[in-house]
Design a protein around this ligand. Structure first.
Ligand code: UDP
Ligand code: MN
Length: 241
């Protein structure tokens, strides 16, 4: 039987949330043996998400995973970190040590081929992500079937300069690292998470025809703040009567 893919999606309340999750759900509906962990950056499980998630018929778990308030006004804020940590805790509490873990944000675009590629992950697989920063791609450099380096517009001092959507982890492998976690450190979440699971360069499994194919894109939706809503004079007059 195919290993289950645990697809962890951080999300947060804003007016683009329902369209993003709808678009993503209609991709995930094509994928067998997938469990969708939807971790919302909010104090409670909200009714509109409860109703939305039920409609898709995808096996899912809805978590309320608010960003700690002390980080809320940081610039940059640790976006999606509380959510992913909650998902890691959920997996650990249930002792789920079989299957594949993938961090899939609510606004990215996923080719269905990605799922068959990551399903084969033995320890950690990696692959390029499109539309990342200046280079418009971030991903491993492969030589003779082995990952030897990384191309990324912002390498900084990261040992693993990869995007969150650019790797998948086998949970049996991760179980060997009970302290695996993601820190609240914007820009360094991937690097420090991968360090926390003891990753070594020679273990990385390149996917997507030796990392030559782009199967996931870091698309971003233009956010718009909700304006103050005004009603017409007639309506207000009628209501005040
Ligand atoms: N996110 C969140 N809380 C926030 C901002 C973002 O949970 O306050 C989620 C968002 O839904 C997404 C992930 O964290 O799944 C990364 O955020 P975003 O897509 O805004 O970051 P970027 O694309 O700029 O890396
Ligand atoms: Mn994003």
């Amino acid at each position: 039987q195919l290993p289950v893919i645990y697809f962890v999606t951080p999300t947060y309340p804003r007016r683009e949330q329902i369209p993003e999750l709808t678009r993503l759900a209609y991709t995930l509906m094509h994928v067998a043996r997938l469990h969708w962990i939807v971790a919302n950056d909010h104090d409670t499980c909200t009714q509109y998400l409860i109703e939305l998630l039920l409609r898709f018929g995808i096996p899912y778990t809805h978590l309320a995973s608010p960003m700690p308030s002390k980080f809320r006004n940081n610039k940059p804020a640790p976006r999606g970190v509380a959510n992913r940590r909650a998902a890691l805790q959920w997996l650990r509490q249930r002792n789920i040590t079989n299957g594949i873990l993938y961090f899939g944000d609510d606004d990215n675009t996923y080719d269905l081929k990605l799922f068959s590629e990551i399903r084969e992950t033995q320890r950690v697989s990696m692959f390029p992500v499109g539309l990342i920063a200046d280079y418009a791609v971030s991903g491993p450099v492969v030589c003779k079937g082995k990952v030897v380096a990384f191309l990324d517009s912002w390498v900084a001092d990261r040992r693993w300069p990869v995007d969150m959507a650019g790797f998948a982890v086998n949970l049996a492998y991760m179980a060997q690292y009970p302290n695996a976690n993601m820190p609240y450190k914007p820009g360094y979440e991937e690097d420090l998470f991968l360090r926390s699971i003891g990753l070594r360069m020679d273990q990385i499994e390149p996917r997507g025809s030796n990392c030559t194919e782009i199967l996931v894109w870091h698309t971003q939706t233009k956010n718009k703040k909700a304006p103050t809503v005004r009603f017409s004079r007639e309506y207000l007059d009628e209501r005040s009567n």
